[in-house]
Ligand binder design. Sequence first.
Ligand code: GRF
Length: 203
Amino acid sequence: MSERTPVGVLLSGRGSNFLALETAMRESRVPARVALVVSNRPQAAGLARARELGLATVCLPHGDYPQRRAHDEAVVAELRRAGVEWVCLAGYMRLLSADFVRAYPQRIVNIHPSLLPAFPGLEAQRQALEHGVRVSGCTVHLVDEGLDSGPIVVQRAVEVRDDDTVETLSARILEQEHVAYPEALRRLLSEPWRREGRRVIFG
Ligand code: GRF
């Protein structure tokens, strides 16, 4: 693969989706490279891992900024400085302001641990168990200004078992997240696609 799109990864915690993406890029399964990792939490394990990998990182604690907009402006400035063209949210526990979304129109991707539009927001796996659905999964979607509401790119289904706990269901969904996120990014970067209304259509 000749051209590798510079991607910025935003995270707040563990960073397993970031690592799945980074591995897929390193193995040339996704035509991209991690140009910058941004965390809003200094203690995020994903940030430490990114440093160990020798990637460019920046930590911008949101508490240091008077409002969301100011924090987002700082994040966007760092992304631009690093030449980032696409943004992947990977467990980034912040809603993006309209200005952030406009800075990267249709170039921001997120992963969510449910089959959207079911169970947006926090603790999606717990919501799925409490509702009693028999199938859940994960969704990769383009980010708009709403909460987990943008056009869907890829989904993978996971069966809910009678004896599932939040932990066991989350673990099986996470395995599928690590497949779905690289697949979605690969397709977005290497195939023709268009957005029609709420839909992302490939080909
Ligand atoms: C994942 O379940 C993802 O779907 C959600 O936050 C979690 C992040 O996990 N948005 P990790 O930090 O990528 O391990």
